[in-house]
Design a protein around this ligand. Structure first.
Ligand code: A2P
Length: 345
């Protein structure tokens, strides 16, 4: 490990990458480390907070990078994450590219940090950051699953536009502005229909012949992988709503053992990263790192039924914050001397 750590942010100009840079600064990692920015060649030469964006192309210098935070889409991750690992970095990838790989840990910092195998000689050098909707759900559900076991989940999401990226936010803004000015809204480019003043009942896209979207499949698969339990039955409907930032989720839970409401409340009040309140909202979650859980009540349609409403800033805990928390765990491991110093963390 070099004395000054070098942290790369790949996709530094994007909706999540921008928040990753903010999180690194807020947590003081930009003082301890050199931060290098990569984006597409379109952004090469742009200066963000005094740092020049480099193009991720065949000339990119990947040497000496300890940790690389990727949020530039699955295609970019598939090509470039292995090259960064090859060059000595540990990659924390926010895309869906590697989440299903059994060799790649899928980690929520508060829930399953043990999957990082910190301190072990051959710990994984490629780590996947979960899907944003799954991330916030796991923070809320892990304490309940540990205590009572979750048999079945029914989740309906209300996902914000920033989850699709900066161009989707631009589309929402342009359509909203035109509609308010009495002009025809610009035709949708990113979503299948107008998103402003509308709800799109299928967030994500359908693979051939599948009646669930890729977003829904991610939550079904990733929940079982993160909670390390293949027996959890997960039914999901993912919906896109014209909210800029903050995903909301209506969640019905059937536990294996009976969990009294008061005990569920205690568990959530004590859970790391959770704020328990009456009725959370995405607007109030914006810029926050915590997951807000509210509407906690019994679901009396089942003897072991619970219901709740879960909200978080999808760009922060749903993406950037978790990636930076994982980076902190890796840096703490390196600092603790639990690993032999090498060129890379
Ligand atoms: P750029 O701004 O140069 O296009 P978002 O999720 O908001 O759409 O952001 C995607 C991020 O991924 C942006 O920083 C974007 O850079 C970056 N990106 C997209 N394609 C590539 C690529 N082929 N190589 C490197 N970065 C990319």
């Amino acid at each position: 490990m070099s004395a000054v750590r070098r942290i790369a942010v790949v996709g530094a100009t994007g909706a999540v990458g921008t928040v990753m840079l903010r999180c690194l600064a807020e947590r003081g990692l930009d003082r301890e480390s050199e931060i290098v920015l990569f984006a597409s060649e379109r952004s090469a030469g742009r200066v963000i907070d005094g740092r020049t964006v480099r193009a991720l192309d065949e000339h990119a210098d990947l040497s000496g990078i300890d940790i690389a935070l990727f949020s530039a889409g699955a295609g970019t991750s598939r090509v470039w994450a292995p090259r960064f690992v090859q060059a000595g970095a540990t990659v924390i990838d926010n895309s869906s590219a590697f989440r299903r790989d059994p060799e790649v840990p899928l980690v929520v910092a508060e829930v399953n940090p043990h999957a990082l195998h910190l301190g072990e000689e051959d710990r994984p050098r490629l780590i996947a950051n979960p899907n944003c909707s799954t991330m916030q759900l796991m923070v809320a559900l892990a304490p309940i699953h540990r205590e009572a076991g979750i048999a079945r989940l029914i989740v309906s999401t209300y996902q914000s536009v920033s989850g699709t990226g900066q161009r989707a936010l631009d589309e929402l803004d342009a359509q909203a502005r035109a509609s308010l000015e009495g002009e025809p809204a610009p035709a949708p480019q990113i979503y299948p229909e107008q998103i402003a003043f509308n709800v799109i009942g299928a967030a994500g896209s359908f693979a051939d012949g599948d009646d669930h979207t890729d977003e829904e499949r991610k939550m079904m698969f990733e929940t079982c992988k993160i909670l390390e339990d293949e027996q959890i039955a997960v039914a999901v409907t993912c919906v896109r709503v014209p909210v800029r930032i903050g995903h909301s989720e209506a969640v019905n839970i059937e536990t294996r053992a009976h969990l009294p409401l008061e005990r569920a409340r205690e568990l959530l009040a004590a859970a790391p990263g959770v704020i328990l309140e009456d009725v959370p909202s995405p607007l109030r979650s914006e810029g926050r790192d915590e997951v807000f859980v509210g509407r906690l009540r019994l679901d009396r349609t089942h003897p072991n039924g619970l219901a709740m409403f879960v909200v978080a800033d999808n760009l922060r805990k749903g993406a950037a914050t978790n990636a930076v928390q994982i980076a902190e765990l890796l840096l703490a491991e390196a600092g603790s001397g639990r690993r032999a110093p090498t060129a890379a963390l």
